[in-house]
Design a protein around this ligand. Structure first.
Ligand SMILES: *Cc1c(COP(=O)(O)O)cnc(C)c1O
Length: 371
């Protein structure tokens, strides 16, 4: 049995008539940029996220860049985020001429440790970007409280957590700005690149929309310089269809996670993910910690279970961030997780049989490396 990490074809098969009709509509009008599909999706996504407004854009990275510009960050100022994330979270900081400070995560949620945030704030700090990693929201109440006390802007990087809830509220509504990726493999994925920004303030949404579209007010009237960071109509149409299924898909992801955790309960060498009491996670990834991770990974792949590592090298130890001068030992929780994490196959169409098979191969792998 071969089990992929994600199976987008299996998902397409379940919604083919809806997707094909939505795409055909765009082809019939040949209106590929802007127009009702984009506006409709933005309104539906804002409402889904319990935000005032949402702006579609080209990618999760573009969303982060636009949100960071909206904070007014200036060259020489500083942004605090985690090292345990995808590089996009940090990349955009340098695009604004600012510098990034990377801090450690909480060992239970794998998200930003609020105590580490408080300790890292300096003279130049202006913005904090917590990441809702693997579909589990960061601990936003203390993060917002610390940020408010120090006059910092907060951007939620919600690229992996569409639909997750923290103390009853959806991610994307927990700070003034939230950013999303619609990369195909994300919980809400387009059929190409896409991203979005949720806003608490409709004036911010207007400024961001203008920036994403060459600073345009009218077609050839440019109030400011901007970017070509638009979400295209085909992607918006696909996303509009898929958004209607998202809650059901997320519920299935939670079911899969619960099943994995139950089947792995007696394997003391494997650490399963924890969900905080006041959180509804959406399991973009189901990440376990194992000893001898590289050998376990090799065994799983050799037996057809296509696991991945998120992420094997923390950002602060990447060559791209050598200039930060952070050496091994600086962020111990992040570094330990990077050495032990494996992401098991987790997507709504995964069958119970595939889950059982994955667990049995994992148990074999662990028994073998420890023998
Ligand atoms: C996927 C991802 C991004 C970047 O999104 P793209 O759409 O690939 O540009 C940013 N942050 C996190 C945490 C992600 O997982």
């Amino acid at each position: 049995m071969k089990i992929p990490l994600v199976d987008l074809k299996a998902q397409y098969d379940t919604i083919k008539p809806e997707i094909d009709a939505a795409i055909q509509d765009i082809l019939d009008t040949t209106r590929f940029i802007g127009g009702p599909p984009v506006a409709d999706f933005e309104a539906a996504f804002a409402s889904y996220c319990e935000a005032t407004a949402a702006v579609g854009c080209a990618s999760g990275t573009a969303a982060l860049h636009l949100a960071l510009i909206e904070t007014g960050i200036q060259p020489g100022e500083e942004v605090i985020t985690v090292s345990h994330t995808f590089i996009a979270t940090a990349e955009v900081v340098r695009m604004c001429g600012a510098s990034v400070k990377m801090i450690d995560i909480d060992p239970h949620s794998y998200c930003m440790d609020p105590a580490a945030l408080e300790a890292a704030i300096g003279e130049k700090t202006r913005v904090v970007i917590p990441v809702h990693l693997y579909g589990h929201p960061a601990d936003m109440d203390p993060i917002n409280e610390i940020a408010a006390r120090h006059n910092l802007h907060v951007i939620e990087d919600a690229a992996q957590s569409h639909g997750a809830r923290y103390r009853g509220r959806r991610v994307g509504s927990l700070a003034p700005l939230g950013t999303f990726s619609f990369y195909p493999g994300k919980n809400l994925g387009a059929y190409g690149d896409g991203g979005g920004i949720t806003c608490r303030d409709s004036a911010a949404a207007e400024r961001i929309a203008q920036l994403a579209n060459h600073g345009r007010a009218e077609k050839y009237e440019h109030k400011i310089e901007g970017f070509n960071y638009r979400l295209d109509a085909l992607q918006a149409a696909v996303l509009g269809v898929k958004l209607r299924h998202l809650d059901q898909w997320n519920a299935r992801r939670r079911e899969i996670a619960a099943r994995y955790t139950e089947l792995l309960a007696d394997v003391t060498e494997v650490t399963t993910p924890q969900t905080a009491d006041d959180v509804e996670a959406v399991f973009h990834l189901y990440v376990v910690q194992v000893p001898e991770r590289d050998r376990v990974t090799e065994h799983l792949r050799e037996h057809g279970v296509m696991v991945q590592l998120h992420y094997p090298i923390p950002l602060h130890l990447q060559p791209a961030y050598a200039h930060l001068g952070l050496h091994r030992g600086t962020l111990p929780v992040t570094e330990a997780l990077a050495e032990r994490c494996i992401s098991l196959p987790c997507y709504p169409e995964l069958t119970d049989e595939q889950i059982t098979h994955t667990v049995s191969v994992l148990k074999d792998a662990v028994a073998r490396v420890l023998a």
